[in-house]
Each structure stands twice: as structure tokens, then as C-alpha cells.
Write a protein that binds this ligand. Structure first.
Ligand code: ADP
Ligand code: ZN
Length: 669
């Protein structure tokens, strides 16, 4: 391509970022903003939103001001830009007076290309008057969904951002978010006062993420197997609902040879910061977290996101799983989901704060999430449809239901048996019970609690012996998901819904999903490459793997020396390309994607040295990954035999104690 026909934006893309071409809508967004237009940009995580404001900031005269709620990440974002030779800075409450002063001076002197600002700073007159004294090229409002009041990340300070359009009518504004729902989209446009903005809505598909949802039996062990078989040595995030279970799970993983740290809002700020920083800086660390972790974490090589508990909504699920695979390499979104999740979430909604309308909305969010869990169709197609986007294909070939389609079966009769049991308890005894007791009755088990309540005298006692306990739990779960059964009260007792009658009256069939017997795993097989980071070397020719590992070791050492996250130096994708190409000169190296001017100048020689040091074959040069610390065996746990019944409670309480908060749910499917 001849340089003369290149736009300034394209030149910047090549020279500063070292990228070949714009991706998707990037080019159109950037042209529009460079020309002074406002833009609202909806792009999935990993879609490349940052370039959409960074390039206009570099091309237009003045400083690009980026409003971001992610104070803890500003330093890293600025470091990453500085590594590219961009003059970047930030202003937030973590700085002392001198640092802030110096930043102000640089801004006023026109020495900053990009300035990150926390939204609360814009409430201060001093900040506004500072901005008024400098030259601003563009305002970027990152994580713009934070302005949406009913969204999950609402920040009151974002409401004040409408002032930007009023005070700086001549400066283009670009609002960016990865939240896809139409309602949020509308709210952003309205609250930020951007009626004239052009809207850019990218596809929300994340083709490199494999979606899988498995039945929960022994979640920690299932997680461990998943990690060991498919993601040994990979960085990833495990989401849990409660603080306690993040800690227990992290401990469990450590005991079993996987380095993991917990993260939740109850940890003190310095521990949180330390764990986040380790996740960003180290290779292959697992963070076990509540949803307090993750927004804005732009680590590109998160290879998996695992859920041990059900997210509250499809939006939440999409956001959280979206943190995997920003670099476009194969990644897994894995979730273990069981009956207890449904019960727990329903209880949370019923017992939670908020008015009736709020509860109804929460319940409908949950219903959509359950529908995604129980679907027999392509999960990706269902996700995209949820966000109002046409799935290109009805089957994606990269989700569990596509990879091994679940069978359905006619569950009408078993549903009737279960619902009748609920009815009998209510009519004949005026009692309500949770799933555990009802299943014991169906299975004809004379447990202490069954005997205590004379439930072996009921006519339904033992009528459900055709299914195993785990299968019954699956039935309960699916009936709950289909709204044919409901959960009530603190103890999660089962009750009928308006719809239940149609099943009992034989007016309606119940189709149930059969759990696939064989666990689905990543296509292409997971067995061969357990020791090394499996996904990182995917697609590399065998002889390039040791080269890649050597480059990775060099990158790790360099990052440590400079105190930077490894990916700020080079992404895996860049290292992979170098390993496959094995360039011998700086000029050849400069052709690799992700190597702009500055990085070539800073690291070029170092990379060439590593390559030269490997010689021709380099059989021994690659450092073997550290063997995983041999950990004590996990405490043995009975595989098949059900856990002993918890002690019966007093009749009034009528409780299923297995629905406790942080208790392990061993008996649940
Ligand atoms: P988002 O903010 O939308 O989640 P990022 O801006 O962090 O996404 O970009 C995701 C990844 O894609 C980053 O690693 C970035 O360097 C890379 N990237 C962005 N645009 C391009 C491009 N045009 N060519 C190659 N890589 C790109
Ligand atoms: Zn699919």
C-alpha cells in the first residue's frame, strides 16, 4: 500500500499499533469521530473498542480525555499506551498532589495524547476549569452502560457526564460499551445527551468462545477436571456467588496443584489489588471471584471463564464469559449448573430488597438465564437472539449442544408424579417440603425424616423408582425452569404454579432434556497438550512450539524486570506469529502484527537475540514449564453413594437444610 493514499488514521494504526487493518466497524467509527462526529459504539469485549478512541485522540489536535470508572486499571492502561510510544496519563484519587500537579502541567502544555479521568473528578469545578484551559481532541466515555440506572453497573457520577456536550459542543464524544441490550443502548444515548450521535452496533458473537453448561454434581471436582484436562497452565476466572466459596474453591485448587487466588469485595483493598495485579502480571494464574472482579480487566489471554454458580441474568453471563479470549484465540466458557442454583436464585429474589416490579424483573432475567441453561438448541444462537441479533446459523458447531446434541424425552408422566406428590403433601397433610424430601418420597426411601413425618404412608410413596436421584433433581430443575413448579420461602419449599394444573390435567406434554452422558470437550482433543498452555500453542506447527515457549520465557523475564504485565510487552498472538516466522532481521520482525515502531525499537533486538540463541533446531532451548506442584490428594469423597441425610429439623420448620448458603452442595445434581 502506498503511503500517500493512506489516511492519517491508517498510518497511525500501522505505525503506532503495528496492525495490518481495521477490524469490523473500527474504521468507520474512527473516520466519523476524526471528522468531529459523535458516536455510540456497542461492541463486544475484545472487539477492539480502545482503538476507536485512541486513534482519534492521536490524529486530532489536542488531548483525548477518556472517562473510565476503572481506577484500579488506569495505571496499566497508561503503561500499555506508553509502551506503544503514546503520551498517556491519568488523574484519579489514588494519586498524590505532586503527581496530579505534574499531570495537569503536561495536559496544559499539550504534552498528552490521552488522559484518563475518573468520572467523579468531573464533578469538581477545578477539573472542569482545568479542562477548559487545555485543548481537547475527543471525549471518550468508556463503560458507558454505567450511566444506565437499571443496569448492573450503575455509577451515579456518570449522570453528570451530560455536561460535556453542553460545555464543549465542538468536541466529538464517543460512548462505548460491551452491553448489548436495546434498553441500555437507549438509556446511554438519552442520559449522555447524544441525540445526534451515529450508532455503531457490532455483532455480539464471540466465535472463539466455546459455550458449555454441564449438570452440577461435585462442582469443585468437576472444575478441577475441566482445568486439568483442558486448561492446564492457562489463566482464567472462576465465578462463585459467595465470598466464602471463592476462598474455599481457591484453596481447593491450590491444594490440587493449580495456582489460584480469591477475589471478592470483602477482602481488604490491598489484598484485592495484589491479587488483581498478579492476575494481570503472571502467566497462568486462576482468580476465583465474585462478580466484583472483572469489569475492564483487559488481559487478552484469559483462556477460560468458569461459573460454579448460576449468574442472575443472561446479560451477566455474557459479560462475565466475555472476559475470556479477547485476543481471539480459542477459549472456553464453562458452567456447572444444578437444582440448587435455581432454588437459591429464586429465594434470593423473593427475599431480596426492591419492590414488586423489581422482583418481577429479576425473575424474568432469571427465567431467560434458565432457558439458556436448559435449551436443546445452539447456545450461541440463543444468546444472540436474546440480544436481538440474528444468529447467522442455527447451529454454531462450537457449543456443547452443537457438539453433542442433547436428546429430549417425554417427561409428562414423571412430571405428574412429582407434582402430585407436592399436591398430596399440601392437601392431605397441609405441608410443604423442599426437593430433597419430595425425591425421597418418590424413591420410596425410609429416611429418618420420611419416617418422622409418616411420609411412607402417602399413596405416592415409592412411585418414582424408575429414575435415579440425580435424574429426579434434573426433573425438578427443569420444571422450575419451565415455570411448572415454583420455589417458596426461606427453605426453598416446592409449590405449584398456575401452569402446573395443565400438566396434572394431562392437557400438556412436558419435554425434558437428557443430560449428555459423555462430557463434551473442546473440539480437536484436549488430551495431547496437557502440560503446556493448551490454547496458546494451538495452531502452531510442532517445531515452532519450543520457539514460542522460549519467547514466552523471555517476555516473562522482561515483564518482571520492567514491572509490566506480560501482555503489555507482546500478546500471545504476536509471539505465535514470531515463532512461526522466525524472522532474522529487524525489518522482517517489523512485519509482524502487533509490532509498531516503538515496540520494534524497544524489544526488537531482544527478540532477535532469543531467536538467534535457539540455533536451527532448538530442541532443548525451550524451558519446560514448571511441573505443577504435587499437591496432597483431595480428600476422598464418595462418588456415587448419596451423602448422609442431614438431621431432621423440627416439624414447624419444614426445612431442607441442604439449601444453605455456603454449604457445599454435594447432594445436588
Ligand atoms: P475491547 O475494549 O473492545 O474489549 P480491545 O480494545 O481491548 O477490545 O481490543 C481487543 C484486542 O484486539 C486487543 O488485544 C487489541 O490490541 C486487539 N486489536 C484491536 N484492534 C485490532 C486490529 N485492528 N488488528 C489487530 N488487533 C486488534
Ligand atoms: Zn452452538
Amino acid at each position: 500500500m502506498s503511503v500517500t493514499t493512506e489516511s492519517a488514521a491508517q498510518q497511525t494504526l500501522h505505525r503506532v499499533f503495528g496492525y495490518e487493518a481495521f477490524r469490523g466497524e473500527q474504521g468507520a467509527v474512527i473516520d466519523h469521530v476524526v471528522d468531529g462526529g459523535d458516536a455510540v459504539v456497542l461492541m463486544p469485549t475484545g472487539g477492539g473498542k480502545s482503538l476507536c478512541y485512541q486513534i482519534p485522540a492521536l490524529v486530532r489536535p489536542g488531548t483525548g480525555v477518556v472517562i473510565s470508572p476503572l481506577i484500579a486499571l488506569m495505571q496499566d492502561q497508561v503503561d500499555a499506551l506508553r509502551a506503544l510510544g503514546v503520551r498517556a496519563g491519568f488523574m484519579n484519587s489514588t494519586q498524590d498532589f505532586d503527581e496530579r500537579r505534574s499531570m495537569e502541567a503536561q495536559f496544559l502544555a499539550g504534552e498528552l495524547d490521552v488522559l484518563y479521568l475518573a468520572p467523579e473528578r468531573l464533578r469538581l469545578d477545578s477539573t472542569l476549569s482545568l479542562l477548559a484551559r487545555g485543548e481537547i481532541s475527543v471525549f471518550a466515555i468508556d463503560e458507558a452502560h454505567c450511566v444506565a440506572q437499571w443496569g448492573h453497573d450503575f455509577r451515579p457520577d456518570y449522570l453528570a457526564l451530560s455536561v460535556l456536550g453542553e460545555r464543549w459542543p465542538g468536541v466529538p464524544r464517543i460512548a462505548l460499551t460491551a452491553t448489548a441490550t436495546d434498553a441500555t443502548h437507549q438509556e446511554i444515548t438519552q442520559r449522555l445527551g447524544m441525540p445526534e450521535a451515529r450508532h455503531f452496533v457490532a455483532s455480539f458473537d464471540r466465535p472463539n468462545i466455546q459455550y458449555r453448561i454441564v449438570g452440577k454434581s461435585d462442582p469443585k471436582k468437576q472444575l478441577l477436571t475441566f482445568l486439568k484436562e483442558e486448561h492446564a497452565g492457562d489463566a482464567g476466572i472462576v465465578y462463585c456467588l459467595s465470598r466464602n466459596s471463592t476462598e474455599k474453591t481457591a484453596e481447593y485448587l491450590c491444594r490440587n496443584g493449580i495456582e489460584a487466588v480469591p477475589y471478592h469485595a470483602g477482602l481488604d483493598a490491598s489484598t484485592r489489588a495484589a491479587h488483581q495485579s498478579r492476575f494481570l502480571r503472571e502467566e497462568g494464574l486462576v482468580v476465583v471471584a465474585t462478580i466484583a472482579f472483572g469489569m475492564g480487566i483487559d488481559k487478552p489471554d484469559v483462556r477460560f471463564v468458569a461459573h460454579l454458580d448460576l449468574p442472575k441474568s443472561v446479560e451477566g453471563y455474557y459479560q462475565e464469559t466475555g472476559r475470556a479470549g479477547r485476543d481471539g484465540a480459542p477459549s472456553t466458557a464453562w458452567m456447572a449448573y444444578g437444582l440448587q442454583d435455581v432454588v437459591q436464585q429464586r429465594k434470593l429474589i423473593q427475599g431480596g430488597e426492591g419492590d414488586e416490579a423489581f422482583r418481577r424483573r429479576a425473575a424474568s432475567h432469571l427465567d431467560s438465564m434458565l432457558a439458556l441453561c436448559e435449551t436443546v438448541q445452539c447456545r450461541r444462537a440463543q444468546l444472540l437472539t436474546y440480544f436481538g441479533q440474528e444468529p447467522g446459523e442455527q447451529t454454531c458447531g462450537n457449543c456443547d449442544t452443537c457438539l453433542s446434541p442433547p436428546e429430549t424425552w417425554d417427561g409428562t408422566v414423571v412430571a405428574q408424579k412429582l407434582l402430585s406428590t407436592v399436591v398430596r403433601l399440601k392437601r392431605e397433610r397441609n405441608q410443604k417440603f423442599g426437593a430433597g424430601q419430595i425425591i425421597d418420597i418418590l424413591l420410596g426411601r425410609r429416611t429418618a425424616k420420611v419416617i418422622q413425618f409418616d411420609h411412607d404412608q402417602l399413596s405416592v410413596f415409592g412411585i418414582g423408582e424408575e429414575l435415579a436421584e440425580a435424574e429426579w433433581r434434573g426433573v425438578v430443575r427443569q420444571l422450575l425452569a419451565q415455570g411448572l413448579l415454583a420455589v417458596e420461602g426461606e427453605y426453598g419449599t416446592l409449590v405449584l404454579t398456575e401452569e402446573s394444573g395443565s400438566v396434572l390435567g394431562r392437557e400438556r406434554e412436558v419435554l425434558l432434556r437428557k443430560e449428555p452422558k459423555r462430557p463434551t470437550t473442546r473440539s480437536g482433543g484436549s488430551g495431547e497438550r496437557k502440560a503446556k498452555s493448551a490454547a496458546a500453542v494451538a495452531d502452531l506447527p510442532a517445531e515452532a512450539v519450543p520457539v514460542f515457549e522460549a519467547l514466552r520465557a523471555w517476555r516473562g523475564a522482561t515483564a518482571k524486570e520492567l514491572g509490566l504485565p506480560a501482555y503489555v510487552i507482546f500478546h500471545d498472538a504476536t509471539l505465535r506469529e514470531i515463532a512461526a516466522l522466525r524472522p532474522a532481521t529487524l525489518a522482517e520482525l517489523g512485519g509482524v502484527s502487533g509490532l509498531g515502531e516503538k515496540k520494534l525499537a524497544t524489544y526488537g533486538e531482544g527478540v532477535l537475540e532469543v531467536l538467534a540463541g535457539l540455533g536451527d533446531t532448538a530442541p532443548d532451548a525451550a524451558p519446560e514449564p514448571q511441573p505443577q506442584a504435587s499437591a496432597p490428594k483431595p480428600e476422598p469423597r464418595p462418588e456415587a453413594s448419596p451423602a448422609p441425610m442431614p438431621p431432621a429439623r423440627t416439624p414447624v420448620q419444614d426445612a431442607d437444610p441442604e439449601f444453605g448458603w455456603d454449604e457445599e452442595p454435594p447432594e445436588f445434581d
